[in-house]
Design a protein around this ligand. Structure first.
Ligand code: EPZ
Length: 418
């Protein structure tokens, strides 16, 4: 339940990245001893993935107050990721590359789709075949095998560039017997963070952050520590929230502006106050929000994970703008909900046109997926009276203690059980 109209003032701490932590957790299976992962956010997706990893017999310990995960694959006895868990969190599909790389064998349920449409994994499977894996399907499961128990490695060009497929192929290739080359690889900080951490533990990956990854297979990945990186999408989300609520002055700490790619340049067009520190970003809302149109693209382009939040802010702009998603053309389930709050926004194919100057008024609205739900919360922060956001379990998958963080800087949000 959100009371609108309260400016955000104060400091908010950014949590560790969900989308960077999940690959590190899968990579831990490749090590020949315990791996400790730092700065792990307390999110349902992390808890779900802990269950998936534990299914293999691997020991998982989560020191929650320290945000530290310890994963020890020494007791790994099974190479299966079951449907009832994978369907809850599609990044569980990373178990395919991890188990192939660690044990030469994987039986992983195909992930389902999600709220905004099909999420294919063809690139993951074609890529693994290119690395020498034998892939077959059996009752909704992928059975992946390395001939003689170890992948030889190989070359693969992915079209389009895919974050998940890049992660899965890195996991499968790092302990291959030979060399692998992945072209048109994703350049997201999530991928760079995975490669950098693996390299500190003995992997030989070059080209992280560029479209060509070269991986010389090694015999073992050492036990040790992997450092997770701050959540760039949470950072971008709170930057937008601060810019769209009049009278706001927010400092985000424990974050890295360099991971935002071109988002910072786009954000600067808002003429909001922006001060970038070593590990902090201060945002002050301006007295007006100019209309700024965006189109999503792969990193370092505008992230698809921030397009719903941006469109929500543009309902408050003093002019017309458009938001176009080239990554997920159907990721607009939040639009009808914003209309319920009084937004003047309409969708055609993969583009929404936002008229701006909308006076939003509180109403009950429905979350459908992680980023759409946070956009509805942000709309509630500027809407008059009270907004009720339903099905907030979507929020808890990707935003740690969202209402606590926002209330600590002046928002008035309470969680009630329906
Ligand atoms: C990751 O999903 C993120 N999830 C998503 O964030 C994010 O929206 C997405 O990357 C794009 O940045 C995690 O990191 C856990 P993709 P992923 O494979 O890897 C097509 C969130 O909100 N494609 O880069 O699944 C696909 O259809 C989540 O935290 C294929 O065609 O995204 C899409 O159009 C939501 N075949 C494009 O590639 C494949 O085999 C990019 O998808 C794989 C992908």
């Amino acid at each position: 339940m959100i009371q609108g109209g309260h400016p955000l003032k104060g400091t908010m701490t950014i949590s560790g990245s969900k989308n960077a932590a999940l690959p590190l957790m899968a990579a831990a299976l490749l090590a020949d001893g315990p791996i400790t992962i730092t700065n792990v956010p307390l999110l349902n997706d992390i808890f779900t993935f802990n269950k998936v990893i534990s299914e293999t017999g691997t020991q998982v310990t989560f020191a929650r107050e320290k945000r530290e995960l310890t994963i020890d694959p020494a007791q790994m006895s099974s190479h299966v990721a079951p449907y009832e868990l994978v369907r809850k969190m599609r990044a569980s599909f990373y178990m395919t590359g991890a188990l192939l790389g660690a044990a030469g064998h994987a039986r992983v349920s195909l992930p389902g789709g999600c709220a905004w449409g099909p999420r294919p994994v063809n690139l993951h499977l074609e890529g693994m075949k290119a690395l020498g894996a034998e892939i077959e399907m059996d009752g909704g499961y992928v059975i992946a095998k390395a001939p003689n128990g170890r992948l030889p490695g190989g070359s693969f060009t992915m079209i389009p560039s895919s974050v998940g497929a890049t992660v899965n192929l890195v996991l499968a290739a790092v302990r291959a017997s030979g060399k692998s080359v992945i072209r048109n690889a994703a350049m997201e900080p999530d991928v760079v963070n995975l490669c950098d951490n693996l390299n500190t533990l003995g992997a030989r990956i070059s080209g992280a952050g560029t479209p060509v990854l070269t991986i010389d297979g090694v015999d073992c990945i050492k036990s040790g520590t992997m450092n997770n990186t701050p959540d760039r999408i949470e950072t971008g989300t709170f930057m937008i929230a601060a810019a769209m609520i009049p009278g706001s002055d927010v400092t985000l700490t424990d974050t890295l502006e360099r991971d935002l790619g071109s988002f910072t340049d786009t954000f600067s067009k808002l003429h909001a106050g922006l001060e970038i520190g070593e590990s902090s970003i201060r945002i002050r809302s301006a007295d007006r929000i100019p209309p700024v149109s965006v189109e999503t693209a792969i990193y370092p382009g505008f992230p698809t994970d921030l397009q719903a939040q941006w469109a929500t802010m543009m309902t408050q702009a003093d002019g017309k703008s458009t938001v176009t998603d080239h990554i997920y053309p159907d990721r607009f389930s939040y639009v009808p909900e914003l209309v319920r709050l009084g937004a003047d926004i309409e969708r055609r194919d993969n583009m929404v046109t936002i008229r701006g100057r909308s006076k939003l008024k509180g109403a009950s609205v429905m979350s459908t997926d992680l980023r759409a739900s946070v956009s509805l919360v942000m709309a509630g922060l500027v809407a008059e009276e009270e907004t009720e956001v339903l099905r907030v379990y979507h929020l808890d998958r990707g935003y740690e203690k969202l209402e606590d963080k926002l209330n600590s800087v002046g928002a008035v949000i309470r969680r009630v059980s329906d």
